[in-house]
Design a protein around this ligand. Structure first.
Ligand code: DON
Length: 304
């Protein structure tokens, strides 16, 4: 498969089209990026790399980080993890409060903000130094010591985090947040502010594509069954109320973030990261979605 040729062709086709949508204005610091940035990077399970555009420019992972936090929590707790949150698509926006009332504070899945806050609460209970330990976990996957949070982005979100404050307090009222909301929110804003470029992102997520993946220090990040399950949740919940659309058009497990990034996994073949900061009305990258739809169409490779 000539991945580079297909990436080149699809990238230019997408770039020649419209670039619709808005930056994530509700987090002021996220507006300080070039809205025309456009990057793609693919890493295959056999280690080949292909990319185009600004794939060495770091950006804010935002909700993409939630795949890493739930992976670490799953590694620590095993199946007990699912006592505190579900694995069902919500069909609602990422920051919705509406289902928590009927579901009595049990979030539908780990990728909506409510679920990610519960995962942060769990990690705070199990890690000695949550921020440092989570960062070490991310760095250890590919021995990438350059990875870091953006204090600017974390603080920017903290100043305007009214929705997340409401979510965290609401869940706590049902007893499904153990720590103080302030601590949970501070950790949450930090994990969302983690930065990577598309190359680092496609390398980091190989543990979900490759059954034999071992991190730099020879650790298994997740076992096969756990990796299968995280992929399944990405497939069904990775794009919130646009998850069905992404499955229909792209046909791969994936996860988006309001920084404009998307990671998609083709199990046993590759991880592909796309970054383009303009977001559609569901909060997913406009060009990222288009690129991946055409990329999977042109490669004619599918998990289905
Ligand atoms: O909590 C928030 O609103 C952001 N830190 C993350 C949201 C996000 O990335 C949703 N994904 N498309």
């Amino acid at each position: 498969m000539d991945y580079q040729k297909i990436i080149d062709e699809v990238y230019h086709r997408v770039k020649a089209g419209e670039n619709l949508g808005e930056l994530a204005h509700y987090i002021p610091e996220l507006t300080h990026v070039d809205p025309e940035s456009f990057a793609v990077h693919l890493t295959s399970v056999t280690g080949e790399e292909y990319g185009l555009g600004s794939y060495q420019t770091r950006f804010s992972l935002q909700s993409i980080s939630k795949v890493l936090t739930v992976s670490l929590a799953y590694k620590i707790l095993g199946e007990k993890l699912w006592e505190r949150l579900g694995v069902e698509p919500s069909g609602t926006a990422f920051n919705s409060l509406s289902q928590l009332e009927v579901d009595k504070g049990i979030p539908r899945n780990p990728f909506i903000n409510a679920g990610a806050l519960v995962i942060c609460d769990i990690l705070i209970l199990h890690l000695k130094n949550p921020k440092e330990d989570f960062l070490s976990f991310c760095r250890s996957i590919n021995n990438n010591q350059q990875l870091n949070y953006s204090e600017k982005v974390a603080n920017s979100e903290k100043l305007v985090g009214y929705r997340n404050i409401a979510l965290c307090n609401f869940i706590k009222s049902f007893g499904n947040i153990i720590n103080e909301p302030e601590e949970v929110l501070d950790f949450y804003y930090h994990i969302c502010s983690l930065e990577m470029n598309c190359q680092e992102l496609s390398q980091t997520f190989l543990y979900l594509a490759n059954d034999d993946f071992r991190s730099y220090d020879n650790d298994e990040i997740l076992n096969m069954s756990q990796a299968k399950r995280i992929n399944a949740i990405m497939q069904t919940c990775g794009f919130y109320d646009e998850s069905g659309e992404f499955a229909f058009r792209v046909g791969l497990p994936g996860k988006s973030g309001v920084g404009g990034g998307i990671i998609a996994i083709h199990p046993n073949k590759y991880c592909i990261a796309v970054w383009s900061p303009r977001l559609n009305e569901k909060g997913n990258s406009y060009r990222g979605m288009k690129f991946l739809e055409w990329f999977t169409t042109e490669t004619k490779l599918s998990i289905f």
